[in-house]
Write a protein that binds this ligand. Structure first.
Ligand code: ZN
Ligand code: ZN
Length: 316
């Protein structure tokens, strides 16, 4: 493996840690399933596949998407992570179908569970490992103010909760001899797997469809243009889109018709600096227009507009 770049070192190492924890979890849970023959434990093992998929996606995103723009990808590689998400989505659906099939077979042929004590102990080890890792990345995520890490931690905690539910269910099945509980639990886990897979895929599709930046980001953009646009008249036709970690923004900036190019450029730079100060690495394109291009429905009004254009059809 190549040495991670300086900026990506910490997040990428967290992603690698998550991959290792997910693999260990899958192995432990699969072993517990082998020991007991419980489909609920089998479903718990396959649920960890979702974690593995998500961790691999995060790693690819950090390594690929962080690459700087080049000649053939002048806007950067931010959408790389969406490709991995498509693979993750397929993997998750396969996992859910496998669980459903196993659960269906056992539903009509419930069988006694074996070696419950050892099996549940092994499965609990996986849950403890997941819980400890979740707690670790939650703490670091809050320290780094990384929403991605915090979200990861919360997802893992939800998984631990599922595992505990499965363990309790399997104990109940073993104690009551009500073995039908086992496939029923597995089916419930399959639905949960499909649900988290759906969330993962939905978020990625939003990115592929050039979804706008969230409302609070757009609000911040309006405020920064207002704050740093002194000398211009208004900003209109604002458009944002999000690709991976990066936000793209374009808009028209209307300035007095006789303003010198150098002055208009200075205002653009001031707005860009303000936006980058608040929003970090944002890609900005500003189209400068003379006063008669002002639109009544402008998103940001900076100064009193001149009279409306003589021929509104030419506005734009
Ligand atoms: Zn410039
Ligand atoms: Zn315009």
């Amino acid at each position: 493996m190549n040495a991670p770049t300086k900026t990506a070192a910490t997040p990428a190492s967290f992603a690698l840690g998550s991959i290792a924890v997910a693999i260990a979890g899958i192995l432990l849970k699969a072993f517990a399933w082998q020991l007991t023959g419980s489909v609920a434990l089998f479903s718990d093992a396959l649920e960890s596949l979702v974690n593995l998929a998500a961790a691999c996606g995060a790693y690819i995103a950090l390594r690929q998407a962080a690459r700087p723009p080049d000649v053939s990808h002048p806007f950067g590689h931010h959408k790389a992570e969406y490709f991995s998400a498509v693979v993750e989505g397929v993997l998750i659906i396969i996992a859910a179908l496998l669980i459903m099939k196993e659960a269906w077979d056992v539903l009509f042929d419930p069988r006694p569970l074996q070696d419950l004590g050892v099996g549940l102990f092994v499965n609990s080890l996986a849950a403890i490992l997941n819980g400890a890792w979740a707690w670790h990345i939650l703490r670091r995520g809050r320290a780094f103010r990384s929403p991605a890490l915090v979200a990861d931690a919360k997802h893992l905690f939800a998984d631990v909760a599922t595992s505990i539910g499965v363990i309790i269910g399997v104990i109940a099945a073993g104690m009551t001899g009500w073995y039908i509980l086992d496939p029923l639990l597995a089916a419930a886990v399959a639905v949960n797997v499909l649900w988290s897979g759906w969330h993962l895929v939905r978020d990625s599709v939003g990115g592929l469809m050039d979804e706008a930046a969230p409302e609070e980001i757009r609000q911040e953009i309006h405020e920064q243009i207002q704050l740093h646009g002194a000398g211009s008249i208004q900003a209109h036709d604002l458009r944002t889109r999000v690709a991976g970690q990066r936000t793209f923004l374009e808009f028209h900036l209307v300035v007095p018709r006789d303003m010198r190019v150098a002055d208009a450029h200075r205002i653009c730079d001031a707005i860009e600096d303000g936006l980058r100060g608040k929003l970090g690495d944002i890609h900005i394109a500003i189209h400068v227009e003379p006063a008669e291009k002002a639109k009544p429905e402008a998103e940001v009004i900076i100064a009193e507009s001149p009279p409306p254009p003589a021929n509104p059809a030419s506005a734009g």
